[in-house]
Design a protein around this ligand. Structure first.
Ligand SMILES: Nc1ncnc2c1ncn2[C@@H]1O[C@H](COP(=O)(O)OP(=O)(O)OP(=O)(O)O)[C@@H](O)[C@H]1O
Ligand SMILES: [Mg+2]
Length: 254
């Protein structure tokens, strides 16, 4: 393997100060016609960490994830993966570097089976070994439906297929955009356990966007709150809603 930071050895836990974080976004700016979706947003993620990314509707959460995955290019700022500048890297290169994501609106191959979706993986350039596919299916309790066509399955199951598919490339960074949307309480509880296990077993960094505050505040090691494309809070989950300006951002948006 090359000696470069990507795709070098994984670093578990908190890296020494001299080492760059797993992922660092600095001053991200993204404009759409007439709308500034990101107005200088920062984000830092360590290996083995779950970061909750919350904020009112339209605050820029999905846009930030899109800029990290390479679905969108930032208009300003920079993005580094283990210290390497990926600001202008293609989506495929970022996927090869270990960035995987799920979508707010599911993007599965509806007419393929569960196993086929996971085999193709989030990163089609790196087909996943049979054993790994079977482990992923079992880990997300999908072994019983492996041969079912995805579009025939309940929504909650499809969400798990998307996570298994994102994990198929063995990512270092997992970006989850509203993984609990449309899930019932039981399914959300299961998701919480699964995400904890993924973090603990794989040591990847996970960014979770969700409007289910119970979920986000209970699984995140740290949260950051976006409002109008800026980070207005970053710190311990339990203190986020003790900040009057965070509460006001939510009230203002509703
Ligand atoms: N492709 C686009 N074209 C134009 N405007 C966009 C586009 N994508 C996002 N926006 C705008 O950028 C802002 C941020 O949107 P974004 O989807 O990132 O918010 P969000 O925090 O994910 O919201 P939600 O919680 O509703 O999913 C919004 O004002 C949105 O309308
Ligand atoms: Mg969104």
């Amino acid at each position: 393997m090359s000696a470069s930071p990507v795709p070098g050895p994984r670093v578990r836990g908190t890296a020494p100060d001299a080492d760059p974080p797993l992922l660092r976004v600095t001053g991200a700016v993204k404009r759409f016609a007439g709308v500034t979706a990101l107005a200088g947003a920062d984000l830092t993620l360590a290996a083995g960490e779950v970061l909750g990314l919350i904020g009112p509707n339209g605050s820029g959460k999905t846009t930030l994830v899109n800029c990290i995955s390479g679905a969108l290019r930032v208009d300003g700022g920079d993005i580094r993966l283990q210290g390497r500048d990926i600001t202008r890297a293609s989506r495929a290169r970022r996927a090869r570097g270990g960035i995987a994501r799920t979508f707010q609106n599911l993007k599965l191959f509806g007419d393929l089976t569960v196993r086929e979706n996971v085999t193709v993986g989030g990163n089609a350039s790196a087909r996943t070994s049979r054993d790994e596919v079977e482990r992923l299916l079992a880990g997300l309790h999908l072994d019983g439906v492996a041969r079912e066509v995805v579009s025939d399955l309940p929504y909650g199951t499809q969400r798990r297929v998307e996570i298994a598919r994102a994990l198929a490339g063995d990512p270092r960074v997992l970006l989850l955009d509203e993984p609990a949307a449309g899930l019932n309480d039981g399914e959300t509880g299961e998701l919480r356990d699964q995400l904890r296990r993924i973090r603990d077993e794989r040591g990847c960094g996970i960014v979770v966007i969700d409007h289910d505050m119970n979920l986000v505040l209970s699984i995140s090691d740290r949260v950051q709150v976006l409002d109008e494309g800026r980070v207005i809070y970053e710190g311990p989950p339990q203190e986020a809603f003790e900040q009057p300006h965070v509460v006001e951002a939510y009230l203002g948006a509703s």
